[in-house]
Design a protein around this ligand. Structure first.
Ligand code: MRU
Length: 359
């Protein structure tokens, strides 16, 4: 296996399929599945076979192609109606990662801007765009890694939560890209990975990725993070994000907020690493970010399916929480670091890097 496995990619031409790693089985089994229809892709996103905000953005592109490639529309306007149905359908898979909606919107815009071309040409244009999202994501992750690695100094140890690695992107990752880049630069450092209940993306995916790459990684249960910080073992925190509001508040896997509170208490810099496609400038404040509620059995049974609570006990299972920007030392994007993020700093970063749609 290569250092960074191909999380999701397209096989062949328009009549091909989208191949992705079935992440629910990792690390016990490495298996790939082929999505042939938009329903396959919806299901893969919902079940977390493909997961992590940027990877979901890539899935949105390929899922759109799967949804419209067999459209029997003969006019561009009828095709655009079919496209909208696919976009609406895929939008309903998961609510929090804004990259899903970003990817779908990008596909929709490309089709609408295509002008006077035939339906077969429109289909091909959409496949090209989905492949472009995939290619760009790989490049962006490497840029995130480079900017983030500058924040991790020789001999330091960092904590991460959930999985913001190659498995959460086209490859290489966001928060974990910092560690891959630091390793490539020859730095000596160590990583503590939170287990990340209830679905254990930290133990199943992050420790698997870092361990495979030969990075010094130590797995801890979520409730150990405070003690590990108190013992002076952590100098930096790096996490990914699913949606960043205009004021810099960042949604990420449940438990991230608790880590940020602990980091603040212990005076440890807390960094969010995410591409600009993870920002939602239409959402002013983190309180307005929709938080996915998931199946209670994820807590009663965990990811293995074995009962570890009364089968009918009441459960509250929010999949994400929001870290207020006051707890964030910096947000690393593909363009650099937004230090002490707030509405003004985020806007200035977007403006300076030409990311505002109307400029
Ligand atoms: O529910 P998941 O596994 O999709 O949650 C993923 C996370 O919370 C990641 O930390 C986030 O998407 C950033 S991925 C680069």
């Amino acid at each position: 296996m290569t250092a960074h496995p191909d999380t999701i990619h397209w096989i062949g031409d328009l009549d091909g399929c989208c191949r992705l790693i079935e992440q629910t089985l990792l690390p016990a089994e490495f298996k790939e599945i082929d999505c042939q229809t938009q329903e396959d892709m919806w299901d893969a996103i919902k079940r977390l076979a493909v997961r992590g905000a940027p990877a979901i953005g890539v899935a949105a592109g390929f899922g759109t192609v799967l949804g419209v490639r067999n459209s029997t529309a003969t006019s561009a306007s009828a095709f655009l109606e079919d496209l909208q149905k696919t976009v609406d359908y895929l939008s309903s898979s998961r609510p929090t990662a804004v990259n899903l909606f970003w990817g779908l919107d990008r596909m929709r815009r490309v089709a609408h801007a295509a002008g006077d071309i035939s339906v077969p040409e429109l289909k091909q244009r959409l496949l090209d765009e989905a492949k472009a999202i995939w290619t760009e994501d790989r490049d962006i992750c490497r840029r995130l890694g480079k900017h983030g690695a500058a924040l991790l100094h020789e001999g330091e140890s960092a904590l991460t939560h959930c999985n913001a690695g190659g498995l959460a992107t086209a490859d290489y990752g966001t928060a974990l890209a910092v560690f891959f880049a630091a390793q490539e630069e020859g730095k000596t450092f160590a990583v503590f990975a939170d287990e990340t209940r209830p679905l254990n993306q930290g133990s199943r995916l992050t420790s698997w990725e870092l361990h495979n790459a030969g990075i010094d990684v130590t797995l801890i249960c979520d409730n150990m993070a405070g003690q590990v910080m108190k013992e002076g073992r952590i100098q930096k925190i790096f996490v990914g994000s699913d949606r960043i509001a205009a004021n810099g508040d960042a949604a990420n896997k449940i438990g991230t907020y608790s880590v940020s509170v602990l980091a603040k208490h212990h005076g440890i810099p807390f960094y969010v690493v995410a591409p600009t496609s993870t920002f939602d400038l239409n959402t002013a404040h983190g309180d307005d970010i929709p938080i996915e509620q998931r199946d209670p059995d994820e807590i009663r049974r965990g990811y293995t399916g074995g009962l570890n609570a009364p089968a009918d006990v009441a459960v509250y299972n929010p999949a994400f929480d929001v870290t207020p920007h006051e707890h964030i030392a910096g947000i690393v994007t593909e363009f650099g670091v937004i230090q002490n993020p707030d509405t003004e700093a985020v806007l200035e970063h977007f403006r300076r890097n030409g990311c505002l749609a109307d400029e």
